[in-house]
Design a protein around this ligand. Structure first.
Ligand SMILES: [Fe+2]
Ligand SMILES: [Fe+2]
Length: 296
């Protein structure tokens, strides 16, 4: 067997994740950790947290459907076993973010209607494009769509959110750090497995590049509209002051941007820049040329 699966077998997964960085977590965070009181008390902050978390549930549900669907499309057994571990990771991600919605006061009976209300239409479309490839049992397109485009981009979004929440919301930051560690493994698999497949099937290059272009458009459009939602960092500070508390000054910097002082446009630009820069490198490594998305 090729050695691309070094570090991607079930034994490695058991030792590094459930018996490693996920030990002693409860729905992804430390036992007894809670959402900050000010988030639960302020309608604006609570709604913003709900809207953000809904996008994460939508993205993770898509990843759960894609990774489980790809098991039967995989051409070799080692990939199937790896994808089984990823399926459980994604199920866990769906669960921890659904639990965050409950912690933010959503009743289980209202979960689906809340998701429908807040789900970004671009993200919904993104998921549809990916799952069409998975339904056709197109392994190459499915892995590029999931492990390169979806997870390559989500990885950076999670990292930025992690930096922004480390002091403001340690519970959420802890949930994110386990998720980031899992996602790192998922994008690693995508690069390792797809690079060799593209070399074996050069005829697939053109349609994989087209898929990348369509999916990237919906992903970047999702960031664009999500950053316009809810209070800006300055307004968040005002809400916290009005509640009689002192805002926790986050010194967090992410890609050279001071998160606490940035307006939504700056954050969006930083995110799109990093994502695209990293993303182009990732595609290059698997032999795919980045296609600039056009408005479909
Ligand atoms: Fe995930
Ligand atoms: Fe993932």
């Amino acid at each position: 067997m090729t050695d691309f699966l070094k570090g991607y077998d079930v034994q490695y997964w058991l030792e590094s994740a459930p018996q490693g960085y996920l030990m002693d977590t409860e729905y992804g965070h430390g036992e007894g950790e809670k959402e900050p009181a000010v988030v639960l008390e302020s309608d604006e902050l609570r709604e913003q947290a709900i809207a953000t978390t809904v996008q994460m549930v939508v993205g993770e549900r898509c990843a759960l459907a894609a990774s489980s669907g790809l098991i039967n499309a995989a051409p070799d057994e080692a990939s199937k076993r790896y994808l089984a571990t990823q399926t459980l990771d994604e199920a866990r991600h769906v669960e921890v973010f659904v639990h965050r919605l409950y912690d933010l006061g959503i009743r289980p009976a209202d979960l689906e209607s809340t998701i429908r209300q807040f789900a970004n239409p671009h993200l919904v479309r993104f998921a549809e494009v990916l799952l069409e490839a998975v339904d056709k049992k197109d392994f190459v397109a499915g892995v590029v769509g999931q492990n390169v485009v979806l997870e390559g981009m989500a990885f950076h979004v999670f990292e930025m959110m992690h930096a922004a929440n480390q002091t403001a919301n340690p519970k959420f930051a802890h949930t994110l750090s386990g998720t980031i560690a899992d996602e790192r493994r998922h994008v690693g698999f995508g690069e390792n497995r797809i690079g060799s497949l593209i070399r074996e099937h050069p005829d697939r290059k053109a349609d994989v590049e087209r898929l990348q272009r369509d999916m990237s458009y919906h992903m970047l459009a999702t960031f664009g509209s999500q950053f316009q939602q809810g209070p800006s960092p300055a307004e968040v500070d005002r809400i916290i002051r009005e509640s009689g508390r002192e805002p926790v000054r986050s010194e967090a910097e992410w890609q050279g941007v001071r998160l606490a002082d940035s307006d939504p446009e700056e954050l969006e630009a930083a995110l799109s820049d990093t994502i695209l820069k990293e993303f182009k490198l990732r595609l290059e490594r698997i032999g795919i040329e980045y296609q600039t998305p056009v408005r479909p």
